[in-house]
Design a protein around this ligand. Structure first.
Ligand SMILES: [Zn+2]
Length: 235
């Protein structure tokens, strides 16, 4: 059993883990992801607006053509009124009603066309805004990506060196020590803690006299009663 070697090994392993963590939480990486997500959201919004446009344009086309048709029909009615005026009261009533009804429908269509045109204007402005925001997000993404790639490549080189060091050092460890270390590490990280003032520096629990006495027995690991870490003293 060689606790010193294991302790030194843990420092290197911690250093690698710290770097990996820093890489994941890099502000540049966060900014990159933020802009990527923003760009995607804006693209989705744009797609939705495109679909809205398509539906509105189809409805507008329908309304305009229907309006044209009814307007021509109204023209025919009015022309007929001049050329062949109604004779009976009933005929007058019937033909007047038809004209009023046509006029009402035309008015409704006109209102809908006006409203639709306004909606299309609003959507057009929205789309312009969204496209501007998307272009900004994309430009920001591209800018940060260059910086992030540089940072990532540098960190990744460092990480490769550290990981190699971890592998080299682990090969030098007593294999039974290393197996126990790994098994403890699967429950608690870091798996070793300094004993300071009769306290475990991993969980800050005071240790029993028995446990402290056990540490002098160098034949096996002494584990913290509370957190299960391997206890270590430098002397
Ligand atoms: Zn502990």
């Amino acid at each position: 059993m060689n606790l010193d070697a294991l302790w030194n090994y843990m420092q290197i392993e911690n250093e690698a883990a710290k770097l990996e963590n820093a890489m994941r939480q890099s502000p540049k990486r966060q900014l990159l992801l933020k802009n990527r997500n923003l760009f995607k959201d804006l693209q989705n919004n744009n797609t939705k607006i495109e679909a809205d446009f398509e539906a509105m344009a189809a409805r507008l086309e329908e309304l305009v053509s229907e309006h044209e048709r009814l307007n021509a029909l109204l023209g025919q009615h009015l022309e007929k009124l001049e050329k062949e005026p109604p004779v009976t009261a009933e005929e007058t009533k019937e033909r007047t009603e038809a004209i009023v009804k046509l006029n009402d429908t035309l008015g409704r269509y006109e209102n809908e066309i006006k409203k639709l045109s306004k909606d299309i204007d609003v959507k057009t402005r929205q789309q312009k805004d969204i496209r501007m925001q998307a272009a900004k997000a994309k430009a920001e993404y591209d800018r940060v990506k260059v910086e992030y790639d540089k940072e990532y490549n540098e960190d990744n080189e460092k990480l490769k060196v550290l990981r190699q060091k971890v592998a080299d050092e682990s090969a030098k460890l007593d294999s039974s020590d290393y197996e126990q270390y790994k098994s403890i590490k699967s429950h608690v990280t870091p798996p070793m803690a300094l004993l300071m003032n009769n306290q475990c520096s991993g969980c800050f629990m005071s240790l029993s006299i028995g446990t402290i006495r056990d540490m002098k027995d160098t034949g096996k690991f002494t584990l913290c009663d509370n957190c299960g870490r391997i206890l270590y003293t430098k002397d």
